[in-house]
Design a protein around this ligand. Structure first.
Ligand code: SF4
Length: 466
């Protein structure tokens, strides 16, 4: 008898990174890390690092909750996941956030861009196409939680304000604008006009680094000044903003703590979303063998590089626990209070609200008691906290506002390397395309964007997929 030099944990279906065909994959624990071992009949074996924290990886499944599915599915289930997007009836989560790409074009040509956008790439969508895409989301979701105008760079669409007005006529509960910030920084009056769409509107601002050389590597130019000018304007308007960081190993993974500390001091910033680079689209000077970074790596770096969050403050998000980790905090005056560790984990799994045991934190308790009118009960304080601690931002709590909230999100969009068919079915960030399909962000960038679909059609003809 001989022993394997790893612990076999699970089995799934992944993708061959060369031909994108489905392949069997083992999940194994080896020297403190979690790996996927894959076998493609044509391209051989692959060993891919998928997590650097075994205990966190094992814990993910405890956070699964009942799937919520859309009112309508858009494609039949025929070839098997991920070749039926979507959404097909086999999908296990509705669209928590849906992107509408209103243009293929951009005012930058970033070396890292999943959409391969540039000033001359593709075209702008027509108003008719955009309205159709919005209506597809409404048909699927009824009252969609979060809809994000995206691109390319959505602010360069010549009918941008008409599109914003159109979005406001639809029953979207929260509208976001995914932008590189160039127009906010440089165009007089642009930020002010954006602010007229608040509340229930938020800027999702690209913000990768403080270092010019990293910005040149990721964005093709030094955008330090653009970032500063944009944040100054958004602060002046207190316009809700999330900073979005594309994290690349060896580039900006040592700046995570600095970015979070900076974000906590900005009046307009409600949180930071950290996205490990998805290996898809244009990726200049990127070596997947050495430059990929995992969700657990990013989580560890947050814990190492800030003194705000502890391990039980950043936990898997139940709607899509493999891909999403989240930590909530309250910003009150100059103080920051992480909240996630105060929630009973069981409460995260049902939809009836979270029980926050805030009394254990004397500093927070005294702040809250001072903030609220005298005579408020403990239950009422908990109610207030619950109101703002929701996936969907709510601002009705009279004592606390959305600007008291600070959210850290790690959003790992799987690529062909770490693709796991079990968890891709729980993907909850989707893209509506002009043909009326709603496609998970991950599979869109791998299979369905532009001419990638033709490659997929060739794959579907191979016998072992049918
Ligand atoms: S990812 Fe979802 S929508 Fe796409 S094929 Fe799989 S189950 Fe269907």
């Amino acid at each position: 008898m001989q022993n394997r030099n790893y612990i076999y944990y699970d089995h799934t279906i992944s993708l061959c990174t060369t031909c994108l065909r489905r392949v069997n994959a083992k999940i194994v624990f080896d020297e403190g890390n979690v790996y996927m071992l894959k076998k493609c009949p044509e391209h051989g074996d692959e060993k891919v690092l998928i997590a650097t924290d075994i205990e966190y990886y094992k814990q993910i499944r405890n956070y699964n909750k009942e799937s919520e599915y859309p009112l309508h599915f858009n494609t039949p289930t025929h070839y098997g996941c991920p070749y039926d997007c979507g959404l097909c009836p086999d999908h296990e989560q509705h669209s928590c956030l849906t992107l509408i790409e209103i243009t293929d074009r951009c005012n930058l040509t970033c070396p890292t861009c999943y959409a391969e956008s540039s000033p001359t790439y593709g075209r702008h969508r027509t108003l008719e196409e955009i309205e159709h895409m919005m209506d597809v989301i409404v048909r699927n979701e009824g009252e969609p939680d979060v809809v994000q105008l995206s691109g390319g760079e959505p602010t360069i669409h010549p009918q941008f304000w008409e599109i914003m007005d159109m979005a406001k006529t639809k029953p979207f509960r929260h509208l976001m604008l995914n932008t590189n910030g160039v127009r906010i920084a440089n165009d007089k009056g642009f930020a002010e006009q954006l602010a007229t769409y608040a509340p229930a509107f938020e800027v999702y601002l690209q913000f990768d680094s403080f270092r010019p050389e990293v910005l040149k590597q990721l964005r093709g130019k030094d955008l330090t000044d653009v970032r500063k000018k944009a944040i100054d304007k958004l602060n002046a308007l207190n316009l809700s903003t999330t900073l979005v960081v594309t994290v690349q190993k060896g580039q900006n993974d040592d700046e995570i703590g600095e970015i979070i500390d900076y974000a906590l001091k900005q009046k307009c910033v409600r949180g930071v979303t950290l996205q490990p680079t998805q290996v898809a689209g244009r990726l200049d000077d990127f070596n997947p063998a050495t430059d990929r970074i995992t969700l657990t790596d990013v989580r560890t770096k947050i814990l190492e590089q800030t003194n705000v969050f502890n391990p039980n403050d950043i936990v898997p998000v139940p709607c899509n626990p493999d891909a999403l980790a989240m930590g909530y905090a309250l910003k009150i005056e100059e103080d920051v209070f992480p909240l996630t560790h105060m929630i009973d984990p069981q409460d995260l799994l049902n939809n009836s609200g979270n029980t926050i045991v805030y009394e254990q934190d004397e500093r927070l308790k005294s702040h809250l008691i001072n903030m609220f009118s005298t005579g408020i009960s403990t239950d009422e304080v908990k109610e207030e906290l619950n109101e703002i601690m929701c996936c969907l931002p709510k601002i009705e709590a009279p004592g606390l506002g959305y600007d008291n909230l600070f959210r850290i999100i790690i959003m790992n969009f799987q690529d062909a390397y770490d693709f796991d068919v079990r968890s891709i079915k729980k993907s909850c960030v989707h893209i509506v395309n002009k043909d009326g399909k709603i496609i998970p962000f991950e599979t869109m960038n791998l299979f369905y964007r532009d001419d990638k679909q033709q490659k997929l059609e060739v794959l579907q003809d191979i016998p072992f997929l049918t």
